[in-house]
Design a protein around this ligand. Structure first.
Ligand SMILES: C[S@@+](CC[C@H](N)C(=O)[O-])C[C@H]1O[C@@H](n2cnc3c(N)ncnc32)[C@H](O)[C@@H]1O
Length: 234
């Protein structure tokens, strides 16, 4: 079971800051409670870790890109938590399907599009402070992670828990064409391994330009934080 102290360590902030964020996140769950029954969304620990890391950017307004809107449950959770902490959220959220969203029109910038082939262009347009990846397709997750790394952007990846890790993905058949949306074969952990290296399975990976930690919650959340860029050689 992950403790607030673990979140503080991963995010590099005092425990009191995690407690401050956790209070705001808890209040934000009030609005989404009814909708929670039908979705697998961020749990309390994951949302607290994610929002703590977002606060750590110091950005206000804060531009967040989300992949995988579904009903907008995570969008609302993040939006309301940030607002309660005095941060103005500017969330752009993509999905290939249009559902009935929990957020009101104008509260978030919803876009219906598959941006698999133009992840870099979207990042360059939106210039997000952070990206939350919560759609499953291999190519989308892989392309976006590569482009995020090129631009050294803070990111979060859902569904990376040990229990979701599928041994069949170790075989190197990547991607398993035609099976990209199979909910029983989450790709996310494999994408982290391919893009950043095998050390991710220990729960912490220092890839030089990135530090990646796994929040070992029910579904699992990876937090990828770019390390400060080295000064140019004189
Ligand atoms: C796990 S759900 C997202 C849950 C949501 N983030 C939440 O926590 O409330 C995954 C969503 O990804 C969407 N999706 C699948 N392929 C996609 C793609 N290529 N681009 C964007 N979204 C995609 C699905 O339609 C689905 O709504």
């Amino acid at each position: 079971m992950i403790e607030l102290a673990d979140i503080a360590r991963i995010c590099g902030v005092p425990e009191a800051e995690v407690v401050r964020v956790a209070r705001a996140v808890k209040a934000a769950y009030g609005k989404i409670e009814g909708a929670m029954a039908k979705v697998f969304t961020l749990d309390f620990t994951e949302a607290t870790a994610l929002v703590t890391a977002l606060c750590g950017t110091g950005a206000n307004p804060l531009r967040l890109l989300e992949l995988g809107t579904q009903f907008g449950v995570s969008t609302c959770l993040l939006m309301d938590s940030l607002k309660a902490l005095g941060i103005r959220p500017l969330i752009t959220t993509y999905d290939v399907d249009v559902q009935r969203h929990l957020f009101k029109e104008g509260e978030a910038d919803f876009r219906q599009e598959d941006i698999t082939a133009r992840c870099g262009a979207v990042l360059d347009e939106l210039k997000p402070h952070a990206v939350f990846l919560d759609a499953h397709p291999w190519r989308l997750t892989y392309n976006m992670t590569l482009e995020i790394r090129r631009r050294r952007i803070l990111f979060f990846m859902h569904d990376v828990a040990d229990t979701l890790w599928n041994e069949n993905l170790q075989g190197g058949r990547l991607p398993i064409e035609g099976n990209e949306c199979n909910p029983n074969a989450p790709w996310e952990r494999k994408v982290l391994e391919v893009v950043f290296g095998p050390g991710i399975h220990s729960g912490h990976l220092d890839a030089g330009d990135y530090r990646i930690d796994l929040v070992r919650s029910h579904l699992g959340l990876a937090i990828g934080r770019p390390t400060p860029a080295a000064p140019p050689a004189s």
